[in-house]
Design a binder for this molecule. Sequence first.
Ligand code: HXC
Length: 281
Amino acid sequence: MPDATPADAPVFRPGLLDGQVALVTGGGTGIGLGISELLAELGAHVVIASRKAEHLDAAVGAITARGHRASAVALDVRDHERVKAVVQEVAATHGRIDLLVNNAAGNFYAPSATLSPNAWKSVLEIDLYGTFYCTQAVYPIMAAQGGGRVVSTSMTLHYRGWPLMAHATAAKAGIDALTRTLAVEWAPQRIRVNAIAPGPIPTEGVRKAFAPPADSGVPDLFAAAEEKMAEYARTGIPLGRWGTPRDIANMVAFLASPAGDWITGAIFVVDGGEWLAKPPM
Ligand code: HXC
């Protein structure tokens, strides 16, 4: 897996997001951290929300050590009252919220026939309910300040069948629907609502979530040997490499910038062409 890719090169002008305030859920690790780092590099103050304090401290420390602005807030996006309180707190402290990135997600492989109600509920609540709670909570702030942007994390796995992922595919399909509906409903308030569907990006969280049950017959691509991983990237991803958090962060920065000013209700697939080329399972 390459450490540096063309997408890691700086592409946006310094100071592009100066004075802006961004709230990134699940922003302490993986793709969320990549998004937080780039937004901060471009001048935004990034409030990183995560369930786990150790992720928050490390992420904020790394960003502020480079001279950028970031702060932390403990948040489980399933907790509606806490979401409202956190959003109010961020707005009171910083005076505004320009960008919400709904990145927090929880997924795992499980046979649908045996999925417990609580397992189903856990993933729906983090991925879909959490996205709605956070988006609804920023609405009054963005409406009052004359506009804002919401970018949510979707995926491509629900475009076709994805065995053992009924909960996650249902949640992400819901996020797509929410994105399109809110884009139209909140356009008069100049709140642009978009989503990004990332392809395979082998972060630690994804490796854990996508380790299939041992007897399921589903290949564990991420746990395969490096050589096999490289082979999948060459043969399974038309653009010939795994994604990186920076690939997704670049799309978020684009949507946060004036370049995204006439874009709403769009779901951007950023996956090296993977889902179009994926053979049937
Ligand atoms: C079956 C499972 C399970 C598994 C959990 N459960 N893991 N069932 N197979 N592998 C069930 C539990 O038994 C329980 O049901 C219920 O789910 C809740 O589990 P808890 O561990 O108590 O919940 P909680 O601590 O809140 O954890 C939430 C979680 C967990 C979603 C279950 O996996 C999590 O926190 N994940 C966050 C990190 C993560 O998943 N990151 C990956 C995101 S990557 P019972 O009935 O026993 O009470 C991603 C990329 C997608 O989304 C695109 C990739 C290409």
